[in-house]
Structures are given as structure tokens and as C-alpha cells.
Ligand binder design. Structure first.
Ligand code: HEM
Ligand code: HEM
Length: 148
């Protein structure tokens, strides 16, 4: 049973990495935008599976978010880092749909003091950076996680 759980967690981690990278390389490989959207949505679906596999952890982290005194503890900081990750992930999916419905043209965000930025492209780069940190810090548990 433990082996089965470990295997399932590892498969989701592996496909999270693969689907994210596939979504990114659809551009240098000049593949269709539909392939890009397919891998992007696969990644988003796997994130839901990833969170569902650790419902208990997510519940504990959520409790820490609601208790201000817990914020200074390492677990509280981890909880906030995870909130940022969730928000940026949602931002990538929402901005992706915004570009799609804008006839595959990037939606720009005016910042006033510098030139406008591409909402989806910038969100994706921020997500990439956060995922590198998230994954490297948990690298030892990629294959062995049994956390629920
Ligand atoms: C490349 C994609 C990702 C990989 C490879 C990955 C991998 C991992 C690993 C190995 C763990 C540790 C499991 C353990 O403690 O045993 C973990 C935990 C977790 N991940 Fe991810 N993850 C990815 C993306 C995400 C995303 C996008 C989110 C949120 C939207 C997320 C939210 C969490 C949460 C809430 C936890 C539990 C608490 C924590 O350790 O921070 N992950 N992830
Ligand atoms: C893993 C998640 C995703 C990543 C890392 C990602 C990344 C990117 C990047 C880097 C570009 C090129 C941006 C540019 O040239 O300005 C792009 C374009 C695009 N993406 Fe995504 N994307 C993801 C998910 C999605 C999803 C879920 C959709 C849903 C419809 C989507 C729709 C689009 C569209 C329509 C474009 C072309 C318009 C544009 O250039 O912004 N993407 N994406």
C-alpha cells in the first residue's frame, strides 16, 4: 500500500514536470497553440491532483494561514509560499484564456512607469522560477513522498 502511494505521488510529480516543460517547448518547436493549451491544461489538472493527494497537509497549512501568530514559524512561511504558488498558477491559466479569447494576442498590463508587460508571458516566467525553487527544495521527496 505504501509503495502504491509513493508510486502515485511520483507519477504526478513526474508528469507535472513533463507537462510544464512540454507546454513551454511548444513555442521553440513551432507546434500548434492547441498543443500548448492541451499541455497547459494537463499541468493545471495535475496540480489539482497534486493538492488532492495531500488534502491533510493543505488543511493544516490553511489553518496556519488563518492564525497570524503561526506566520513567523517555518510552516507558516511555507503556507504563504504555497498560497503564492496557487495564485500564480491560477494567474497563468486565467491569462492564458484571456490571450486565447483575445484572438491569440497577448493581453498587456499597463504599469505606468515602465512599458506594458505581457500578462501571460510574465506570469509564466514567474511560475517557472517559483516551480524551480518549489521542486529543488523538495527534490529528495519527489520519488518517496507518502504525505497525505
Ligand atoms: C513542477 C511541478 C511540481 C512538482 C515537481 C512538485 C513537487 C512537490 C513535492 C516533491 C512536494 C513534497 C511532498 C512531500 O512533502 O512529501 C510538494 C509539496 C507540495 N506542493 Fe508541489 N510540486 C509542483 C507544483 C506545485 C504547484 C503548482 C502547487 C500549487 C499550486 C504545489 C503545491 C504543493 C503543496 C501545497 C505541497 C505541500 C506542502 C509543501 O511541501 O509546500 N506544487 N510538491
Ligand atoms: C503550464 C502552463 C503554461 C505556461 C508555462 C504557458 C506559457 C506561455 C508562453 C511563455 C507563451 C508565449 C508568450 C508570448 O509570446 O507572449 C504562451 C502563449 C500563449 N498561451 Fe500559454 N502557458 C501555459 C498555459 C496556457 C493555458 C492553460 C492556456 C489556455 C488557453 C494558454 C494560452 C496561450 C495562448 C492563447 C498563447 C498565445 C498568445 C500569447 O502570446 O500570449 N497557455 N504561453
Amino acid at each position: 500500500m505504501d509503495n502504491e502511494i509513493r508510486q502515485q505521488r511520483w507519477l504526478v510529480h513526474l508528469w507535472l514536470i513533463i507537462s510544464f516543460l512540454l507546454s513551454l517547448i511548444t513555442f521553440p518547436l513551432h507546434l500548434s497553440i492547441l498543443a500548448h493549451i492541451f499541455f497547459g491544461l494537463l499541468f493545471a489538472g495535475l496540480v489539482v491532483a497534486h493538492l488532492r493527494q495531500r488534502r491533510r497537509t493543505v488543511r493544516i497549512l490553511w489553518r496556519d494561514i488563518k492564525r497570524v501568530v503561526a506566520w513567523i514559524k517555518p510552516r507558516g512561511r511555507m503556507a504563504w509560499a504555497d498560497v503564492v504558488l496557487v495564485v500564480v498558477t491560477l494567474n497563468v491559466v486565467v491569462s492564458g484564456f484571456a490571450d486565447y479569447f483575445n484572438h491569440n494576442q497577448p493581453v498587456m498590463i499597463p504599469l505606468g512607469f515602465i512599458s506594458p508587460i505581457r500578462w501571460h508571458a510574465v506570469s509564466s516566467i514567474v511560475l517557472l522560477a517559483l516551480l524551480v525553487v518549489h521542486t529543488l527544495r523538495r527534490a529528495k521527496r519527489l520519488r518517496t513522498s507518502q504525505v497525505r
